[in-house]
Design a protein around this ligand. Structure first.
Ligand code: CTP
Length: 378
């Protein structure tokens, strides 16, 4: 973080100093360090540090520190700083797998997340002993990226404590063991939505069909293949969610039958059997039907329109059919949008009025969508 130009203050716990001594932290940060509220009392450090920070990173966050933070205990400089900090807080847990999976730790993590703390899932791999499993500290570069994204969002932490489910990517409907009906969705917009929601403090679940994107640190990803699997996963994950965004390109139709063996060419040169299609469930419409009071449901509309007016008309008709709270209307004619880094979109409110006009990166469209969601959640 210092190499990126940030001013960093290190607040070790007493235990941390058994691993790395204070002089090292002082040399690396360029500031004095202390663990106790009784040092530099005249500076009221235990209040100042939390107030001063733009972001607090607890790395590694031990089971003990997580428990103390969840309980609001304030018995050293780190925990008093956590109680006085009003900025985003990121915790990167690191501990043995058994400690991470223990119901006490999991309950503490759930408490912190509900309060808006970004608690990353630990990385999976070799731990300090001979054991391996979930519990490794995420790579420093991944941690730094999470923090940079949070800082890029300015002070906006307006999705803190919110549970959000985003679907992304394109579903694949199998015809036989080697073939499927698919679509051109890359998953980038859903990924941008998940990254920005997490940066704004939300607890995010990503339900991902086929995508070409790497996992996002701090976001739980549920992988699905077909529209039916997407439907089941979205219904299960959305039950307790504050907001749902259907950014996935879900297949409307699937082959009526599935061949257990590869479909072969006929020896006599005759044409293949036509493929019959049947309709899939409309996941978005079903989520709208199940929506609980206060839950915000956002849909996307991919349209090939003749012009801006046509695009709006198609979007409004779809909005009326789907009944969602917000609809993001994209023009996908002539290869626009799919696989690109930018988007041109209009966001419609439930009554069909234009809420926002977003041009530019998928990240900025994601932020425009979350701005509109935040207003509706309030
Ligand atoms: N969607 C869905 N389930 C489907 C098809 C689409 O949940 N079986 C969702 C998409 O994720 C998107 C929205 O519905 O949020 C609109 O998708 P789109 O493909 O534009 O619309 P369709 O409903 O498929 O309508 P049409 O293809 O007839 O324009």
């Amino acid at each position: 973080m210092r190499e990126e130009g940030h001013d960093v203050r290190v607040v070790p716990t007493d235990s941390a100093l058994r691993f790395v001594g204070a002089p090292t932290w002082e040399a690396l940060s360029g500031h004095p360090v202390s663990t106790q509220v009784w040092d530099d009392v005249a500076d009221v450090q235990h209040v100042r540090l939390g107030q001063w920070a733009d972001v607090v990173i607890v790395a590694p966050a031990t089971a003990n520190t997580i428990a103390r933070a969840a309980a609001g205990i304030a018995d050293d400089l780190l925990t008093t700083s956590l109680l006085t900090a009003t900025c985003p807080v990121v915790m990167a847990p690191a501990m043995h797998t058994e400690m991470w999976l223990h119901p006490a730790t999991q309950a503490n993590v759930a408490t912190l997340r509900a309060r808006g703390v970004t608690v990353l899932d630990p990385a999976v791999g070799r731990l300090t002993g001979a054991d391996s499993g979930p519990g490794r500290l995420p790579e420093p570069a991944d941690l730094a990226r999470v923090v940079e994204e949070i800082l890029a969002g300015g002070a906006t932490h307006d999705l803190a404590g919110r549970r959000i489910v985003v679907s992304a990517g394109g579903t694949r409907e199998p015809l036989d063991p080697v073939r499927f009906l698919g679509n051109r969705s890359s998953g980038r917009q859903g990924w941008a939505l998940a990254r920005r929601a997490r940066a704004r403090g939300a607890d995010v679940v990503l339900v991902a069909a086929h995508v070409d994107q790497p996992a996002i640190p701090g976001v739980r990803t549920v992988h699905v293949g077909t529209a039916a699997q997407m439907h089941a996963a979205m219904v299960a994950e959305s039950a307790g969610a504050d907001a749902i965004v259907m950014a996935a390109a879900v297949a409307d139709f699937r082959p009526a039958g599935y061949s257990e063996s590869k479909i072969k060419k006929a020896d006599d040169g005759s044409e293949p059997e036509p493929v019959m299609l049947v309709r899939n469930t409309d996941v978005l419409a079903d989520l709208v039907a199940r929506r609980h009071p206060g839950q915000v449901v956002v849909g996307f509309a991919a349209e090939t329109a003749a012009g801006a007016d046509d695009l709006l008309a198609l979007g409004r008709a779809k909005l009326a059919r789907k009944g969602c709270d917000l609809l993001v209307v994209n023009d996908v004619s002539e290869g626009r949008v799919f696989g690109l880094d930018t988007n041109d979109a209009v966001i419609l409110g439930a009554d069909g009025t234009i809420v926002a006009d977003a041009h530019g990166s998928k990240e900025s469209l994601a932020d425009a969508i979350w701005d509109a969601v935040v207003k509706r959640l309030a």
